[in-house]
Design a protein around this ligand. Structure first.
Ligand code: UDP
Ligand code: MG
Length: 138
C-alpha cells in the first residue's frame, strides 16, 4: 500500500468537478483516505510549490492556486503515486491520454485540474504539508 497527495485545483472546484474527478480516482482503485476543501493563501501556495521557484510560471501558478478553493486529499492504493499520475494524464492536456482527468477537464497547461505527488519522498512531504497523522484514518 502506498499513499500520495492529490489536489483538485481551483479551475476544477470552480466548475463543480470534485465528484467527477473523485469517481475517476475510485474507479482506478485509489481510496480517498483523507480530504478537505480549503483556500490557500498566496504564501502557502508559494511554499507548497517552492521546488518550482525558479521556473517562469511560478508566480502565475501560485496566484492561480490561491485564487479559489482547492480540495486536498490523500489517495491510497497499490502503486498509488504512479497510478494517480496515470489517472491525471500529462501536465499539458494536449498531450494527455484520452480518459484521463486532464484530457477531459483541464483548461490549459497551467489550469490543469489536478496535482499529484511524483515520488515517495515528495508524497511524504506533501501529505505532511496538509494533514496531521490524526486526520489519516485509512
Ligand atoms: N505549469 C505551468 N506551465 C508549465 C509547466 C507547469 O503553468 O509550463 C504548472 C501546472 O499547473 C503544473 C504545475 O505547474 O501542474 C507543476 O508543474 P509540474 O512540471 O510539476 O507538472 P505536474 O507534476 O503537475 O504534472
Ligand atoms: Mg509535479
Amino acid at each position: 500500500m502506498e499513499r500520495t497527495l492529490s489536489i483538485i485545483k481551483p479551475d476544477a472546484t470552480r466548475r463543480n468537478l470534485t465528484g467527477k474527478i473523485n469517481a475517476k480516482f475510485e474507479h482506478a482503485g485509489l481510496r480517498i483516505v483523507a480530504q478537505k476543501r480549503i483556500q490557500l493563501t498566496r504564501a502557502q501556495a508559494g511554499a507548497f510549490y517552492a521546488v518550482h521557484e525558479e521556473r517562469p510560471f511560478y508566480d502565475e501558478l501560485c496566484e492561480f492556486m490561491a485564487s479559489e478553493p482547492v480540495v486536498v486529499q490523500v489517495l491510497e492504493g497499490d502503486n498509488a503515486i504512479a497510478r494517480n499520475r496515470e489517472v491525471m494524464g500529462a501536465t499539458n492536456p494536449k498531450d494527455a491520454e484520452p480518459g484521463t482527468v486532464r484530457a477531459e477537464f483541464a483548461e490549459s497547461v497551467g489550469e490543469n485540474s489536478v496535482h499529484g505527488s511524483d515520488s515517495p519522498e515528495t508524497a511524504r512531504a506533501e501529505i505532511a504539508f496538509f494533514f496531521s497523522g490524526l486526520e489519516l484514518v485509512g
